[in-house]
Design a binder for this molecule. Sequence first.
Ligand code: NDP
Ligand code: MG
Length: 389
Amino acid sequence: MLEKIALLGSTGSIGTQTLDVISRYPGKFQVEILTAASNTDLLTRQARQFMPSSVVINDKTKYRRLKENLSGTAIKIYAGEESLEQVVSESDAETVLTAIVGYSGLRPTIAAIKAGKKIALANKETLVVAGEIISKMLSVSASRILPVDSEHSAIFQCLTGEEKKTIEKITLTASGGPFLNLPADKLENVTKGEALNHPNWTMGDKITIDSASMMNKGLEVIEAKWLFDLEPDQIEVLIHPQSIIHSFVHFSDGSVKAQLGLPDMRLPILYALTFPDRYTSELPRLDFKNYPSFTFFQPDMKKFPNLQLAYNALRKGGNMPCILNAANERAVSAFLKRQIAFTQMPDVIEYTMGNIIYIAGPDLSALEETDRLAREIADNYITKLQKRK
Ligand code: NDP
Ligand code: MG
């Protein structure tokens, strides 16, 4: 039987790597849905190769072009955010791999959970924003989430066959990003190009900046809380510049389990798509002789305040992680447009977190309103910072 897959965000870094994985197992997977924000050319090529039932383009102005490109095929073409939710809910895909970046992944993921589909989750922002609501939804749904993020895949693999009550704590490893060894006083002047130059991973722009600022690890701490039902004190972060040990679990008897592998996202993608099986792959193998030493350091939260801000948001709970995420998305976007300095990103986030009404138990509409307001506050603050230049 072919496993039917909906791939949301197929034109991105995770999306294209997922299609690479799928193409390695002919006869195992059927791609049902492919989606993009605006990259019609790549979406067209992918659609002609994988022949899904439907494609969705977010940008409605690209609909006509996509329709022309795919004329002569039986592929159904949709445009706009609302169509995405509808197509996901109504499709007969069993698995939805969510590789959309940012808050935009939230609604389609919720639609997939409501439809009882298995979620292979790359879009960590969804759990950061609405982890509590999503956990509740999962508890009354046939749906389940399998992590794609490499650290969470590592933890998930270590936990297979273990009882939850035996987890003492987990350690999420972090590469430290391109500025690990840069003196803190030089961080202010780093350029967009330097920040986008990640030492170990090739990823989309947003997560690459998040990795350089340590916000990625902060978002992953919150993601881990909801995926594995842990307390903030049970989640620690350790810098491991080689990115070979993807994370650890510490158990109550003193044992520690870790999952290791080359930094290649196709591995966790394959595991999420095929769990509980472990497929044979031709992916490059880890040779320990090439890594004579593994090193570990405590993260420097003074140099990278984003990690501390994420822990603060997690401990506060309610709509605070949603505020953190929205302000971060605006700050990253402003840094990428060269409107603010690298070191001003945490300022934008901290300011936004301190200047918005806190809601202890927000429902989905309260989170939507929080996201909108937080973006507005962050944008106004960014404008102020620009004027001060
Ligand atoms: P990319 O920016 O490379 O790709 C994002 C994808 O989502 C593209 O297909 C893009 O379409 C689409 N998209 C962007 N905005 C919207 C929107 N508003 N509505 C619908 N679709 C949209 O991101 P990555 O692949 O790097 O990351 C995707 C997610 O996976 C993120 O949440 C990230 O944190 C997570 N992740 C990524 C890892 C990686 O190695 N890249 C590792 C672990 C997690 P278009 O191409 O048309 O713009
Ligand atoms: Mg990760």
